[in-house]
Design a protein around this ligand. Structure first.
Ligand code: ATP
Length: 319
């Protein structure tokens, strides 16, 4: 193995830089030339890449975002463009590719593997919505950002005896909502997996108020519904002054936490080792703290339900 590529694809996530650094350094340490493609699969299609060395990944382990930039690449949904990408990769002399991204990026990597370019996927998304792994790069940092913001909202909620309805990211998955709900002492989380009707939310808030609590945090996962509408309904039906806050893209930035840096480094390292062992069409995953790998198509069929034990615990002590 002489030359491998690395790219980041889909949405960005804090810790992607740590993963890129690990791929580049592991490659160099093993006598392999690393190439960094710019803006996801676009970089292969346009032959837009940097030859990477130690210097190109110096001083990036602590920074959010991705030095390789990331993007969606619509052409990749078409077989003819994927074939073009495969030919470009061969012309560049690639022996393998590490793709850091989500499930969609894995699909692209699966197709390239089928064409004959060994590919390994590394889970990079703040949403933790990749079923094959219990952890994705960026998830921990994003949740810590949410907690920091909600703590601030909680301060002002306490002072004014208000209810804050906070929309957090997670796409169709409620993992961020559930864990940050627990960590901030929320009275309710609402997600697509647990689509609590607004009247039940209102009843819960009323019941908790009767127990003496005078300020409330409700965490809503994006995709469930409009947080402004939920806040309006709570205010109208309980009389509690209620405000909606959409945290938005602030959750995708910031310096990665220790956990994200360490796991991103482990995963990047592991991905290069898989390529060195001649593996292809695999994704790296964390299961019970250990790194494992799965066939891409097998990984894409997996399901990761929301942890209902955690949810039930949260609701039992939410008063
Ligand atoms: P995130 O979780 O941040 O959204 P993702 O990797 O799931 O990350 P997508 O937008 O689904 O994000 O996919 C990223 C890119 O991967 C797409 O723009 C496209 O280039 C490629 N891709 C996604 N799905 C496919 C597919 N079915 N076939 C080929 N390529 C795909």
């Amino acid at each position: 193995m002489k030359k491998i590529g690395v790219l980041t694809s889909g949405g960005d996530a804090p810790g992607m830089n740590a993963a890129i650094r690990a791929v580049v350094k592991t490659a160099i340490a093993n006598g392999i030339q690393p190439i960094g493609f710019i803006k996801g699969y676009n970089g292969i299609l346009e032959k837009n890449y940097h030859v990477m060395d130690r210097e190109s990944v110096s001083g990036i382990i602590h920074s959010g975002g991705t030095i390789l930039k990331t993007a969606r690449c619509m052409e990749f949904y078409e077989a003819s463009y994927r074939e073009k990408a495969f030919h470009n990769a061969k012309e560049i002399g690639l022996d393998g590719l590490v793709v850091i991204g989500g499930d969609g990026s894995y699909r692209g990597a699966g197709y390239l593997s089928e064409l004959g370019l060994p590919c390994i996927g590394v889970p990079g998304t703040i949403d933790n919505d990749i079923a094959s792994t219990e952890y994705t790069i960026g998830y921990d940092t994003a949740m810590n950002t949410v907690v920091e913001c909600v703590d601030k909202l909680n301060d002002t909620c306490q002072s004014h005896e208000r209810c804050s309805v906070v929309e957090v990211m997670g796409r169709h998955a409620g993992h961020i909502a559930l864990n940050t709900g627990i960590a901030t002492g929320a009275v309710q989380i609402i997600t697509e997996e647990i689509p609590t009707p607004i009247d039940d939310v209102v009843e819960n808030v009323k019941k908790i108020r009767e127990s003496g609590k005078d300020h409330f945090i409700v965490i809503v996962s994006e995709g469930y519904g409009n947080p402004v509408e939920i806040a309006t309904q709570i205010q109208e039906k309980t009389g509690i002054d209620s405000r909606a806050t959409i945290l938005g893209h602030v959750q995708r930035g910031g310096n990665p936490t220790l956990k994200d840096r360490v796991n991103a480094t482990r995963m990047g390292y592991y991905a290069v080792k898989l390529l060195e062992e001649g593996k292809t069409n695999r994704v790296v995953a964390l299961q019970q703290g250990n790194l494992v790998d799965y066939d891409i198509q097998e990984a894409l069929k997996m399901k990761k339900p929301l942890d209902m034990d955690l949810y039930n615990m949260m609701m039992e002590i939410s008063f």
